[in-house]
Ligand binder design. Structure first.
Ligand code: ZN
Length: 173
């Protein structure tokens, strides 16, 4: 498995619509495994393929945070929100493409998601809590949407300016 470099906002590839997966291949499974490796290494709880420059509808997640609990690596091809609760939940979100920036985002508290798993089987499951927030955040990435797009323009611009500065500093070393 290979740890991939994660794109940092602003990057045009983070604003594009990702294409659905037609057929599962070993290359796509390899990509999913690399993404899990990259996510755990970061560390993060979710990663979408566009974040490593692949415009494919693929996300990986593991929202198990308790110390000592068994990991739950989750691979989703073509994930789709089928239903969302009226009840909302506010979480302080972050993003591996927007390092060290956090802001409260309000989303449906529960969602029903359908996807194709790593073995090519169709899955449908209800998510709540952190998993619900994470899966919606990651699916947004497939549509070129970032969590800062939910913030007021001034706050979004402030964060974007910080990221431009961060990228400039990183490029120097
Ligand atoms: Zn993100």
């Amino acid at each position: 498995m290979t740890i991939k470099p994660i794109l940092i906002h602003p990057d045009p590839r983070l604003k594009k619509l990702a294409a659905p997966v037609a057929d599962l291949s070993d290359e796509l499974r390899q990509l999913a495994d690399d993404m899990l490796e990259t996510m755990y290494d970061a560390p993060g709880i979710g990663l979408a393929a566009p974040q490593i420059g692949q415009l494919t509808r693929l996300i990986v997640m593991d929202c198990v945070k308790e110390e000592g609990a068994a990991p739950q690596p989750t691979v989703m091809f073509n994930p789709e929100v089928l239903a969302a609760s009226d009840e909302l939940n506010t979480y302080e979100e972050g993003c591996l493409s927007i390092p060290e920036q956090f802001a409260e985002v309000t989303r449906p508290a529960e969602v029903t998601v359908r996807w194709i798993d790593r073995d090519g089987a169709e899955q449908t499951r209800d998510f709540g809590g952190l998993w619900a927030t994470c899966v919606q955040h990651e699916i947004d990435h497939l549509d070129g949407k970032l969590f800062i797009d939910y913030l007021k323009p001034l706050k979004r611009q402030l964060i974007t300016r910080k990221m431009v500065k961060l990228k400039r500093e990183r490029a120097r070393f």
